[in-house]
Design a protein around this ligand. Sequence first.
Ligand SMILES: Nc1ncnc2c1ncn2[C@@H]1O[C@H](COP(=O)(O)OP(=O)(O)OP(=O)(O)O)[C@@H](O)[C@H]1O
Ligand SMILES: [Mg+2]
Length: 232
Amino acid sequence: MSDRPAAIAIEDLVFGYRPGREVLRLDTLTVAAGDRVFLHGPSGSGKTTLLGLIAGVLTPTEGRVRILGQDLATLPSSQRDGYRGTHIGYLFQLFNLIPYLSVTENIALPCRLHAKRRARIGGGLDIASEAERLAVRLELGQFLTTPVTELSVGQQQRVAAARALIGAPELIIADEPTSALDTDLRDRFLELLFECCDEAKATLLFVSHDLALGTRFHRVLSLPTLNTAGGR
Ligand SMILES: Nc1ncnc2c1ncn2[C@@H]1O[C@H](COP(=O)(O)OP(=O)(O)OP(=O)(O)O)[C@@H](O)[C@H]1O
Ligand SMILES: [Mg+2]
């Protein structure tokens, strides 16, 4: 076992969007640094909610979520935003690309906003060159200056993945990023994502309701099970 702190450590978590209406209860969940974890659960089971709690966008009603040893709820909101932007690459369910920016400008964004993430770009590259390198790596080389509104869904998804990966955040969170893709594209995308995570030694938490994908990961977690009996 590595002596790095767990990428994710959750204890006695309870969350509701409104008082008295609990949508998530999780006794314990630990994801070790470098793990590749698949989170499964039916629609409405709380997968996106859990990711929001891990990213510190939502605050637990009860219990504790620590990311790389840091409890985000104890940080003032500006520091929480900085911590998230530095250490977490978030691949959103609906991509959340900035429509008026090009492919490479979207990819570069986290490093423009977070100096510590910018500082982790290796190989003496500046932000624009690193954004371009990742775009090519994710097979977007022909679209570097294309507005993202002119891309197919699969291409937009790869832009979102490159944006999550730039500046080598320790934790990559991906929320149903393959749901709109056919089987071939989905498999190719997963391969690329795994390769990039391995290169950066990043932990990957990947959410999907497509349980068939689970065999490609080190661990499969199921939210309804976690809700009743707790995880590892
Ligand atoms: N902003 C919100 N305000 C109030 N309730 C919400 C909000 N977002 C989600 N919920 C409720 O929380 C529960 C979990 O929703 P969540 O989006 O986490 O599910 P999910 O597992 O990601 O589903 P899907 O697979 O459809 O994306 C649902 O019952 C949903 O109605
Ligand atoms: Mg969801």
